[in-house]
Design a protein around this ligand. Structure first.
Ligand SMILES: [Ca+2]
Length: 212
């Protein structure tokens, strides 16, 4: 922000805060570099353990001992109803059901409303994930009205072991007044009065052309 003058400084600060909101990873220990998962990740009826086979950094997490498709890595999230979020993670399939070459991998979000009703959303899926390769799985979706208490989890056919690394959840910014805001910025920063003075004798202002 070193280039901001006094007037622009406030806008720079506002923009900086907005970028923090958009870029902040809402997951705790999303890179799995902390191998203590207490208070962040948990396994839905499965086993989780640190792995040195990492997509990023030094560690990922290995998920095993699964018996149902929904048995998988999960983390709780307190999200805002009607907001749009992006959920992604890098996943490597280690073993597959029936030793198939490919297997479907899904990034899921489950949310609950005040009456206890549950909503299941697919944020992204890889239909044909091949064993032994890292894939980014996920996407963006809007939280339905009334829902806020959520948990994201990975779903795939059981039994199959997999690794997860670099998991992220971001709030997508909403630019509701982008056109009027853009016009206001153009008026402020790109438009200014231009004064032209003619000097000398015998100059007819009606015959002067100005090119910019
Ligand atoms: Ca990592």
């Amino acid at each position: 922000m070193a280039g901001c003058n006094v007037v622009v400084f406030i806008l720079c600060v506002y923009g900086y805060v907005s970028r923090i909101d958009a870029q902040t990873n809402l997951l705790q220990n999303g890179d799995f570099e902390n191998t203590n998962y207490a208070g962040n990740w948990y396994c839905q009826s499965c086993t989780m353990a640190p792995s040195n086979d990492a997509y990023h950094g030094s560690h990922s997490v290995k998920i095993s001992n699964r018996h149902q498709n929904w048995n998988g890595l999960a983390q709780n999230l307190n999200l805002h109803a009607t907001s749009i979020y992006t959920i992604t993670a890098y996943i490597k399939l280690l073993t597959s059901t029936n030793n198939a070459q490919y297997q479907e991998m899904i990034m899921m979000l489950n949310c609950i409303d005040s009456s206890g009703a549950q909503k299941y959303m697919k944020f992204g899926e890889i239909h044909y994930m091949e064993k032994g390769k890292w894939y980014q799985v996920g996407g963006a979706d809007k939280i339905p009205s009334g829902y806020h208490g959520c948990h994201m989890y990975v779903q795939t056919a059981a039994p199959a072991d997999y690794l997860v690394d670099e998991a992220e959840v971001h709030l997508n910014p909403v630019l509701s007044n982008w056109r009027s805001d853009a016009n206001a910025r153009i008026d402020t920063y790109r438009k200014a009065d231009l004064t032209v003075r003619l000097t000398g004798n015998n100059v007819n202002a009606a015959s002067v052309q100005i090119e910019v």
